[in-house]
Design a protein around this ligand. Structure first.
Ligand SMILES: C[S@@+](CC[C@H](N)C(=O)[O-])C[C@H]1O[C@@H](n2cnc3c(N)ncnc32)[C@H](O)[C@@H]1O
Length: 350
C-alpha cells in the first residue's frame, strides 16, 4: 500500500459506487475507508465488494494530525491538475452522490480540489470516477499543470467508446464525457449494453449517464466503420505505448480517441481497422494487478484530454446556479403491469 495518502468515501449511499471506490483506491495502491451515516453498512456485501467495509469515524477523520484534501467542486476549490498533496499521509475525501462532501470536512480541509468541468447539463462525475481522477493527479501524476490553451474547443478530439461490457460502466463513462465537455460520443455497443437492452438495464444505464439532464448525443459507431480520422489514438491500461501525458490526445475532430473496455474486448482487437496510423497511449499506475473498471480508466483518459486542451480560466470553479430549477409540468404515473418503478433517490444515487 502507498503510504502517501488514503481515500475516504464520505457518506456514500449506493454500495455499487462504494465498490467502485475501492477499485479506484486499489488502482493507486492506497487504502479505502468509509465514513458512514447514510446506511452504507446495511447495504454492504463483502462478497460483491471483495472485502469488508473499512470504516473511519468522525474523531479519526477530523484528527488534525492527518491533513484532509476535500475533492469537491466547491467555491474556492483549486484545480486538481495543479495542486500538490500536503505532507503527512492526507485523507483524500470524496462525498455523497447527491450532497457532496460534508461541511465539517470542507471546513477543516487543508486543500479543496475540483476537477475542472466543461459540461452543459452535467457538471459532476460519478463519485468513484472523480476519486480515480483525483488520485491520478494528486498521487501518481502530480505536478502536471493545466495548459492554458488557445481555442480549446477546436482541438477537442472525437471519442469512440469501444465495447463497454457493462451498462452502468458505459453510462457512467458517458456522463464523464458530457461533464468534460463532449457533445457527441461514438459508441461501439457490441455487448449491447446501451441500445436494445431490456428495460431495467436501460433504466440503470440511463441513470448512470444522468441522461435526464445530459444533452450528450451518443451515436452508434462500430469499430469497423469509425468516423474518418487522420490520426487514431487508442488509450488504455493494457496497451503498449508511451504514458498518457506524453501523447498528444488533442488534435480536433480529425483525431479519433478510442477508449476500449480492455476487459470486454480482450487483446485480440484488430486495431488497424480503425484506420491508420494508430498510436497508443498507456495509463501508468503505481500498483500492479489492479481490478479493471472501465469507468475509472475512461474518466482518467478523458480528464487528461481536458488537461491537455486547457481552459480559458484554469482553476476557477463553475459558478453555482443562481436559482433552483423550477418545473412547470409534471409526469403522470402510468398504471401498467410493464412499468418499472424506480425511486428518484435510487436514480440520483448512481
Ligand atoms: C455527484 S458528486 C456530488 C454532488 C455535487 N456536490 C453537486 O454539486 O451536485 C459526488 C462526489 O463526487 C466528487 N466529484 C464529482 N465531480 C467532481 C468535480 N468535478 N470536482 C471535484 N469533485 C467531484 C465529489 O467528491 C462529490 O462529493
Amino acid at each position: 500500500m502507498d503510504s502517501r495518502a488514503r481515500l475516504v468515501g464520505d457518506g456514500l449511499e449506493n454500495p455499487a459506487n462504494a465498490y467502485a471506490l475501492r477499485d479506484a483506491a486499489a488502482m493507486f495502491g492506497v487504502p479505502c475507508l468509509f465514513r458512514d451515516g447514510r446506511g452504507l453498512a446495511g447495504r454492504w456485501s463483502a462478497e460483491r465488494a471483495g472485502g469488508p467495509l473499512d470504516m473511519i469515524d468522525n474523531t479519526e477523520l477530523l484528527d488534525p494530525s492527518t491533513p484532509l484534501v476535500a475533492v469537491e467542486n466547491a467555491p474556492g476549490a483549486t484545480s486538481v491538475f495543479g495542486t500538490a498533496l500536503p505532507a503527512g499521509r492526507p485523507s483524500v475525501v470524496v462525498g455523497n452522490e447527491r450532497l457532496g462532501v460534508r461541511p465539517d470536512v470542507l471546513r477543516s480541509a487543508a486543500r479543496c480540489v475540483q476537477i475542472p468541468m466543461a459540461g452543459r447539463g452535467v457538471n459532476t462525475l460519478n463519485v468513484a470516477s472523480a476519486a480515480a481522477v483525483a488520485l491520478h493527479y494528486l498521487v501518481a501524476a502530480s505536478g502536471r499543470r493545466t495548459v492554458r490553451g488557445a481555442r480549446p474547443e477546436s482541438r477537442r478530439p472525437a471519442v469512440l467508446l469501444l465495447g463497454p461490457g457493462d451498462h452502468v460502466e458505459a453510462g457512467s463513462t458517458l456522463r464523464s464525457a458530457a461533464a468534460f465537455g463532449w457533445q457527441t460520443v461514438g459508441l461501439d455497443d457490441r455487448a449491447k449494453v446501451w441500445w436494445g437492452t431490456p428495460r431495467p438495464v436501460r433504466t440503470e444505464a440511463r441513470a448512470a449517464a444522468r441522461s435526464s439532464r445530459n444533452p450528450l448525443r451518443v451515436v452508434p459507431m462500430p469499430a469497423e466503420r469509425p468516423v474518418p480520422a487522420r490520426r487514431v489514438v487508442v488509450a488504455g491500461l493494457r496497451v503498449a505505448g508511451p504514458p498518457l501525458h506524453r501523447v498528444d490526445l488533442t488534435g480536433g475532430p480529425e483525431t479519433l480517441l478510442v477508449i476500449p473496455d480492455e476487459e470486454a474486448t480482450g487483446p485480440a482487437e484488430e486495431w488497424r481497422r480503425l484506420g491508420s496510423p494508430v498510436e497508443f497511449a498507456r495509463l501508468e499506475l503505481p500498483a500492479a494487478d489492479v481490478p479493471y473498471r472501465y469507468r475509472l480508466v475512461a474518466a482518467i483518459v478523458l480528464a487528461e484530454v481536458a488537461r491537455q486542451l486547457g481552459s480559458r480560466s484554469p482553476g476557477r470553479p463553475a459558478p453555482a446556479p443562481r436559482h433552483r430549477p423550477r418545473y412547470d409540468s409534471a409526469l403522470a404515473l402510468v398504471d401498467s403491469p410493464d412499468a418499472e418503478l424506480v425511486s428518484v433517490a435510487e436514480l440520483e444515487s448512481y
